[in-house]
Design a protein around this ligand. Structure first.
Ligand code: NAD
Ligand code: DAU
Length: 359
């Protein structure tokens, strides 16, 4: 039975990954989830699995060397899946330092502790140990509206403090692979959406605001393009890369699902109208009149688009969830989890929202 050490498993993608893995492997794996529970980490995301005998939660900071080394010393870890990061671009523009701390230094701690636990006296590594570093397409920079895709060979050109810190963490993983032959992979994925996403990110923010008749803030001209992937497809890709990918390789993950932000907002509004029952009072609130153009994000990347050829050809991964279906599933999930939304939007979120969106 393999033991997975998942970092950042109480966040959006990490918690979806943990649900996916238990659905797929049941009692056949053990998962240890290490999360510092920052504003983005929410134990409610894992309520359904917290009583499982093969699941353990440890509250710890990935920058805390002693805590992470202890986890490796006390457990026979076979797989590391490293999600933990500061993940929101707007926050990185306001407060870059924590991004360097968590994303760069935290990754260095994870790599060092895994290396120390897995390395043999001759410098080789114990058999079948693997580290997967979860990264982003933003490390490749910004594409022209009509030009090209991100390939694994595209030179790094990060443009925000967030993407620069993720690029730094990727470089550290690459350095460990090159210098020590450390058994790792990197995945660079496009924008995810789905259940449990914190409403500072575009899709849950728009769903939440529209249902409450609040303004829908659109940065700049609304024509920036993102390549959207349903989060469960990302979870599946991570598992497939770890089990079927070639060690030391990078795999881009994305679904050829490019959409302008304004298109996304209009699709959400239309889908909400279709899904809300006639007698639901929120139906009258959901309207394009809420769309409000606001000041652009500083250094706003124009377009991201992944070429997923390598992962498809080598591993056989392809996205399964079409956007139309994925967005309905996502909205259904938010309908069914009003309490979750009420909890995460109380307290600190209010303060963040006011600072971010009140001019
Ligand atoms: P998230 O912000 O929802 O979750 C991050 C998690 O990491 C939270 O649970 C938080 O508590 C935890 N964390 C933060 N700092 C920590 C620390 N110092 N020690 C331990 N835990 C800490 O992020 P997400 O959207 O789920 O992204 C997860 C990973 O996937 C990140 O590495 C991100 O760069 C990458 N990624 C995200 C997307 C996306 O669209 N969201 C796309 C591609 C890649
Ligand atoms: O591409 C992968 C990346 O996608 C991940 O690495 C990041 O962790 C994740 O946050 C996401 O980054 P983006 O900046 O693309 O996502 P966000 O949801 O913040 O914004 C999506 C687009 O919508 C972007 O062009 C900015 C715009 N936007 C966002 C918000 C929050 C708005 O127009 N209004 C908003 O209020």
């Amino acid at each position: 039975m393999k033991t997975y050490l998942v970092t950042g498993g109480a966040g959006f993608i990490g918690s979806n990954y943990i649900h996916y893995m238990f659905k797929k492997y049941g009692d056949g794996i053990r998962i240890i989830n290490v999360d510092a529970l920052t504003y983005a980490g929410n134990p409610e995301n894992l309520k359904e699995v917290e009583d499982r005998e093969n699941y353990t939660f440890i509250k710890a900071d990935i920058c805390d060397k002693e805590a992470i080394a202890r986890i490796f010393a006390e457990n026979e870890i076979d797989r590391v899946v490293h999600f933990a990061a500061e993940s929101h671009v707007d926050r990185s523009i306001r407060n870059p330092e924590i991004f360097v701390q968590t994303n760069v230094l935290g990754t260095a701690v994870m790599l060092n502790c895994a290396k120390a636990a897995w390395e043999l006296p001759d410098g080789s590594f114990r058999e079948d140990k693997k580290f997967l570093h979860v990264s982003t397409d933003e490390v490749y920079g910004s594409l022209e509206e009509d030009g090209g895709y991100f390939y694994e060979t595209t030179p790094y050109a990060p443009r925000s403090p967030y993407s620069a810190s993720k690029a730094g963490s990727d470089m550290l993983v690459k350095a460990y692979m090159d210098t020590y032959h450390f058994p790792a992979n990197i995945t660079n994925c496009s924008n995810n959406y789905g259940p449990y996403q914190f409403p500072e990110k575009l899709i849950p923010l728009i769903i939440h605001n529209a249902l409450n008749g609040k303004k829908l803030p659109v940065y700049g001209d609304g024509k920036n393009v993102r390549d959207w992937l349903y989060v469960e497809d990302h979870a599946k890709a991570i598992d497939m890369v770890q089990e079927k990918g070639r060690l030391f390789e990078t795999y881009n993950v994305g679904g050829h699902n490019e959409k302008q932000n304004i298109e996304i907002i209009k699709i959400i509004l239309e889908t909400l109208q279709e899904m809300l029952p006639e007698n639901d009072p929120r139906k009258a609130l959901v309207s394009e009149d809420l769309i409000t153009y606001v000041e652009d994000r500083k250094g706003h990347d124009r377009r991201y688009a992944i070429a997923p050829d390598k992962i498809r050809e080598e591993i056989g991964w392809e996205p399964e969830t079409m956007f139309k279906e994925g967005i309905r599933r996502t909205i259904e999930w938010y309908f069914a989890h009003e309490e979750w939304m009420a909890h995460v939007t109380s307290g600190d979120y209010q303060k963040y929202y006011e600072e971010m969106y009140t001019v």
